[in-house]
Design a protein around this ligand. Structure first.
Ligand code: SF4
Length: 167
């Protein structure tokens, strides 16, 4: 199975969401959220498209990569799951490094909050990322679906109705 940046992000939020998504169980809301994310990208970068390339590395798509400055840009709506956004960008930097691009950095942009967060990948973090990849493969291959999170943490999740139907 290919571990993508999106799966890395889910791994840092909810293993159940990771399992559902990776096993192709999708909710309508998921595609709406993806479309909304794309619109946010387009609104934020209408005139900067020239500078960025969409690249694909080992099955992961990086929407905005600036090859000249070696910077991955990731745009997010809110910083609620910032730790997962950072993990996702570190994973992209890891993939770049694996594919011969040394010294790339990342920037997470929160246009609605007018905030940015710089991300770097250190040598010491590489084994940790490889551990995430192994964990994800194990979780997704398990025939048992992981436990739910506490309901209070699930409000914005597209699987909310699936997980809490009838409650
Ligand atoms: S609703 Fe909660 S438990 Fe279910 S997948 Fe989403 S975050 Fe995980």
């Amino acid at each position: 199975m290919t571990v993508t940046g999106s799966l890395i992000g889910m791994y840092h939020i909810c293993h159940r969401e990771l399992w559902l998504h990776a096993n192709q169980i999708r909710m309508e809301h998921t595609s709406e959220a993806v479309a909304e994310g794309k619109q946010l990208h387009e609104r934020t970068y209408p005139q900067r498209a020239e500078r960025f390339r969409e690249i694909e590395l080992e099955g992961s798509k990086i929407d905005f990569y600036d090859p000249h400055n070696k910077v991955v840009h990731e745009i997010k709506k809110s910083d609620k799951f910032e730790h997962s956004h950072i993990a996702q960008v570190k994973f992209y930097l890891y993939l770049l490094r694996r594919n011969g691009v040394e010294g790339a950095t990342g920037v997470i942009e929160y246009p609605k909050l007018r905030q940015t967060e710089r991300v770097e990948l250190t040598d010491e973090e590489v084994p940790q990322i490889e551990q995430w990849v192994q964990d994800i493969q194990r979780i997704v291959a398990d025939e048992h679906i992981p436990e739910r999170l506490k309901k209070s943490k699930c409000r914005s999740c597209s699987y909310f109705d699936f997980c809490y139907v009838g409650e």
